[in-house]
Design a binder for this molecule. Structure first.
Ligand code: FE
Length: 204
């Protein structure tokens, strides 16, 4: 099998937000998709290591902010490359407002948001797939939704040439650089949680 065939699947990119008591959090995902129109339902698959995952399991509600081609890399870094367990991602974040369900949505680099209420959770091992009723939604701009390919080509900064004389492995998803001759087979990118298949070797 040619694993790169998987790379031809197309995805959007989203900030998923949740709220548990006084705690707000959000993360980046490429996994929101409509599954039925009547009732209007979406699926959202979230890695169990994400703090947002646990908040959705507990509260059963979330918002999906749909990222547009105007999104900037800082938004991906802010919501994607740090954990809500370590930092309060909304402490000094001003590009957001609260939807009717009380959960933040993102107002910068987005074109719409959806509010959703979980009706079913499917355990997929490393991830949980939430099936959720869409309870609300607003269009924010007429900018085109970004695809994963557009992000890779136009939003993610070009990789910098390695500063060291060592062999490095560069994560093709987020740009994280691992230094070393061989990448461990069970390596997990600390920023985006992707595995060795998404790393490219850069010879010294
Ligand atoms: Fe990565």
């Amino acid at each position: 099998m040619d694993m790169t065939a998987m790379f031809k699947l197309t995805y959007g990119l989203f900030v998923v937000t949740a709220k548990d008591g006084d705690k707000d959090n959000g993360c980046i995902t490429n996994t929101a998709a409509q599954v039925t129109s009547d009732p209007n339902r979406i699926s959202l698959t979230v890695n169990k290591t994400n703090y947002t995952h646990d908040m959705i399991v507990k509260t059963g509600v979330f918002n999906v902010s749909i990222l547009s081609e105007k999104a900037v890399f800082d938004t991906f870094k802010h919501f994607g490359f740090q954990s809500g367990r370590d930092v309060d991602k909304f402490a000094d974040y001003t590009d957001c407002e609260r939807a009717a369900n009380g959960i933040f949505y993102i107002t910068k680099g987005t074109n719409a948001y959806l509010s959703a209420k979980v009706v079913q959770a499917v355990d997929l091992g490393t991830h949980t797939m939430f099936i959720a009723d869409v309870t609300d939604g607003q269009v924010l701009t007429q900018d085109a939704s970004t695809t994963y390919t557009y992000y890779q080509t136009n939003i993610k900064p070009a990789p910098q040439p390695p500063k060291s004389k060592k062999t490095t492995w560069v994560c093709q998803i987020c740009g994280y650089v691992y230094e070393g001759e061989e990448l461990p087979a069970d390596f997990v990118c600390p920023w985006c949680k992707h595995g060795p298949a998404d790393f490219k070797k850069v010879e010294a």
